[in-house]
Design a protein around this ligand. Structure first.
Ligand code: UGA
Length: 453
């Protein structure tokens, strides 16, 4: 099948490469010339494990262009994957969605085209996309757009850092459309995924037990709301365990043990109960905020979602509170941060707790040093004004430090020889922002270990 993808961020690029790997003919469109140039040379402009390897395997069926006219007219399916960043008032900026829809309408061929919306958009946006495509088509073709295209919502559930595995072996595929023809075409598009009959790439093997992927076919607004409900639920699961973690800390209980104890109940489940600094990234904050503003438009408040956000916000101050408790004065103290990215295996710094922590520490006069295995170049570009000294090695972070904070649980940090690093610190205080380190081992090595929350 011929597919055009509009937007080459995490979602667009991963979707395009995976569809090409599954045998479809894919052209990705993005207005940023440097991005397209680098993709044409086989180089991925983001850090996403496995994506470059997959692109190499699928490259014969992939094209990249800045010109929508080279991709849209031939496509049977056009997937919109443009960004919808949150604005200061909590609502998403839909300008990229508008221009993608208009461009789609202008360039759409005369055959039946399925317009798939994968961008996370407020409920009802698919109807808006439909109206924009329709108007642009009729203006440029001088023909009725009726029955020439149908819009479907196909929310994405991939996580950064494991985007390839999440796309090839998803927990489910959700499709919202009221058009039977579109549904048939999209079923055919996803057939290899649904049946799991494609050869798994050597570097991303099929997990044991994955034989077929559940397919949820529903109406447009339900598909759109499924995306928000999923992210909001995951966000509140994390905030819930962190709220319990705050109480656990007061009463001397271990939040890790609590997560294990409740997570083994299959009704609760073990995932997304890792207590610590809370959630960051481009999705949870944006989507919970949009959900709340959307509900408000319909005269509803969502107190549970609001509380999840509030708890997460409180956690941002927690590292500072813990350091003040321990060190009393931060002025002139050297504080080391291990990790800058919002989670491991990505260089994404959007809403990363590390940025918040560094700002708060600097305001208190601390000298902040940091390391990240992949996010430092991006940090230098995006956070140039922040007084953080970036170091070449994680070991350097411990040198003469008054405290070290584990912010992002990169494997390379978990594998450090912690015993050898304690003596080089001025004060062996370790704040485990993700509750992933072996407390007993660290205490035996002479550290003072403090967990978050
Ligand atoms: C999230 C969802 O998990 C995806 O299903 C969804 O497709 C994506 O948003 C999106 O809407 O595009 P992502 O933000 O990439 O994915 O990463 P997650 O693995 O969900 O982590 C989000 C944040 O929660 C990270 O800061 C992580 O450190 C934190 N987290 C996660 C915890 O603090 N505890 C946990 O137990 C799990």
């Amino acid at each position: 099948m011929r597919v055009a993808i509009l937007g080459t961020g995490y979602v667009g690029l991963t979707t395009g490469v995976c569809l090409a790997y599954l045998g479809h003919s894919v052209v990705c469109v993005d207005p940023v010339v440097e991005k397209i140039d680098s993709l044409r040379h086989g180089s991925i402009p983001i850090f996403e494990p496995g994506l470059e390897e997959l692109l190499r395997e699928a490259s014969q069926r992939m094209g990249f262009t800045t010109n929508p006219a080279e991709a849209i007219p031939e496509a049977e399916v056009v997937v919109i994957c443009v960004g919808t960043p949150v604005q200061a008032d909590g609502t998403p900026d839909l300008s990229q969605l508008r221009s993608a829809s208009e461009s789609l309408g202008r360039h759409m061929g005369l055959h039946f085209t399925v317009v798939v919306n994968k961008s996370t958009v407020p409920i009802g946006s698919s109807n808006w996309v439909e109206a924009l495509v329709c108007a642009a088509f009729e203006e440029s073709h001088d023909e009725k757009a009726e029955a020439r295209f149908a819009v479907a919502s196909n929310p994405e559930f991939l996580r950064e850092g494991s985007a390839v595995a999440d796309s090839l072996y998803p927990d489910r595929i959700v499709l919202g459309t009221e058009d039977l023809r579109a549904l048939e075409i999209l079923c055919a598009l996803y057939r290899p995924l649904i049946d799991q009959d494609f050869p798994a790439p050597a570097f991303c093997p099929r997990p044991p037990g994955v034989t077929a992927i559940p397919f949820v076919s529903t109406d447009l607004p339900s598909a759109e709301l499924i995306k928000y409900a999923a992210n909001a639920f995951l966000a509140l699961k994390i905030s819930f365990i962190n709220e319990i973690g705050l109480l656990a800390q007061r009463v001397g209980a271990d939040v890790g043990e609590i997560a294990r104890g409740i997570g083994l109940d299959s009704r609760i489940g073990r995932q997304f109960l890792q207590a610590g600094l809370g959630w960051g990234g481009s999705c949870f904050a944006k989507d919970t905020s949009t959900l709340i503003t959307t509900a408000a438009e319909y005269g509803l408040s969502l107190p549970i979602v609001g509380a999840a956000r509030e708890v997460n916000q409180r956690l941002r101050a927690r590292v500072l509170e813990r350091l003040l408790d321990e060190l009393k004065i931060l002025k002139g103290k050297r504080i080391g941060l291990l990790g800058l990215a919002f989670k491991p295996n990505t260089d994404d710094l959007r809403d990363a707790p590390a940025i918040d922590i560094a700002k708060r520490l600097s305001l208190h006069g601390a000298l902040v040093v940091a390391h990240d295995p992949v996010a430092m170049p991006r940090f230098q570009r995006e956070q140039a004004g922040l007084p953080v000294a970036l170091l070449d090695s994680p070991e350097g972070v411990f040198q003469r430090a008054d405290a070290v904070v584990l912010v992002t649980e990169w494997q390379t940090y978990l594998d450090l020889t912690w015993e050898a690093l304690q003596p080089v610190m001025r004060n062996p205080l370790l704040v485990d922002g993700r509750n992933v380190l072996d407390k007993q081992r660290l205490v035996a090595a002479g550290y003072r270990h403090v967990g978050i929350p």
